[in-house]
Design a protein around this ligand. Structure first.
Ligand code: B12
Length: 277
């Protein structure tokens, strides 16, 4: 049997399947002109694209131009060869999850969160933790079976860890939006180091979130899970509950659905794969 049979070869397309057309957008540090347009086309050609078309050129501030360029690529890839770790957990509805926590843990789950380092982009952590929540999904503060402490912006990693210890937190929620020069990773590592030093690393769940955060990166940095754009508070609430059960060595209880008993899984993006029950 040919090895190719196990492959699922795909390539990008624009108009027709497999035409290889992709769209790029970028800024060049030159004012708009025909020469700038040719420079943009050259960028695309140097990236290996053919049939290059500069579809749009706009002024992006003094002496800068923004481009949208189309071109064709001949590359293809084997979709079956791509492996990405995903945060997968079952998903309960609001009331059902509170009931499950009451029944299985018999106490409130304590979570503490902050934007760490110099970051003051609190919208993301607020979306997850605050009463109001995000995209019609209640935040953790709203769950009767969660106690949520949101420390806000610009919290030093060591201070977040110290407060987590003081509060007896089950989970530490770290948000990092600014990623220039990999500062998000630097701060995340500092937090994990502090957690080890202050002796809470092994007994606490560490979650890392933000627009450039994915599960793989979070795992590499020593966190339990990573959550990116589109994450809903209910994804986080369910993840923490199941992670706590797992740490207690208890298998998750079966979940009832309209079709019997089965799992519903949710990836880190927050996009639902199964029904919320
Ligand atoms: C609003 C905003 C601000 C506001 C922040 C107000 C506030 N209280 O948050 C203000 C004006 C203060 C600001 C300042 C700056 N900003 Co600003 N800002 C933005 C903007 C427009 C929106 C960010 C936002 O609110 N997103 C909405 C939230 C809901 O999305 P989210 O953060 O991704 O959160 C979701 C998930 O990621 C996840 N999540 C996030 N955190 C966590 C944590 C956990 C534990 C979990 C589970 C999930 C999770 O769940 C959330 C809900 O789904 C972005 C551009 C953009 N359109 O994204 C720039 C942007 C983030 N800012 C940027 C910059 C550069 C700055 C400044 C440095 C600008 C300057 N030169 O002064 C300063 C930095 C200030 C500082 N010290 O941090 C850059 C960052 C570039 C980079 N990648 O490093 C961006 C991308 C703009 C850009 N294109 O250049 N900014």
């Amino acid at each position: 049997m040919s090895a190719d049979k196990d492959k699922d070869l795909i390539r990008p397309y624009g108009d027709r399947k497999d035409d290889g057309v992709i769209q790029l957008s970028f800024v060049l540090p030159v004012p708009c002109s025909e020469k700038a347009k040719e420079a943009a086309a050259t960028v695309a050609k140097k990236l290996g694209l053919s049939h290059v078309l500069v579809a749009a050129m706009e002024k992006a501030g003094e002496s800068y131009s923004f481009f949208v360029v189309y071109g064709r690529t001949h590359m293809q890839l084997d979709y079956n060869a791509i492996e990405v770790p995903e945060v997968v957990h079952r998903k309960h509805g609001f009331d059902e999850l509170n009931e499950a926590i009451r029944r299985d843990l018999g106490r409130r789950i304590v979570v503490i969160g902050a934007c760490i380092g110099t970051d003051s982009h609190t919208t993301g952590i607020d979306a997850i933790m605050n009463m109001k929540g995000f995209a019609g999904d209640y935040g953790l503060e709203r769950y009767p079976m969660f106690r949520a402490v949101n420390l806000g912006s610009q919290v030093e990693p060591e201070k977040l860890v110290a407060r987590a210890k003081e509060e007896g937190a089950d989970a530490v929620l770290v948000s990092k939006v600014v990623t220039q020069r990999e500062v998000h990773k630097e701060d995340a590592r500092a937090l994990i180091d502090a957690a080890r030093q202050q002796g809470i690393f092994d007994k606490t769940i560490f979650l890392f979130g933000g627009p450039r955060v994915d599960h793989k990166t979070a795992l590499e940095l020593g966190f339990d899970a990573g959550f990116g754009p589109g994450t809903k508070p209910s994804d986080v609430a369910n993840y923490i509950y199941y992670r706590l059960l797992e740490r207690m060595g208890r298998p998750p209880p079966p979940q009832k659905t309209a079709h019997g008993t089965q799992d519903a899984t949710v990836p880190a993006t927050g996009e639902k794969l199964g029904e919320t029950l």
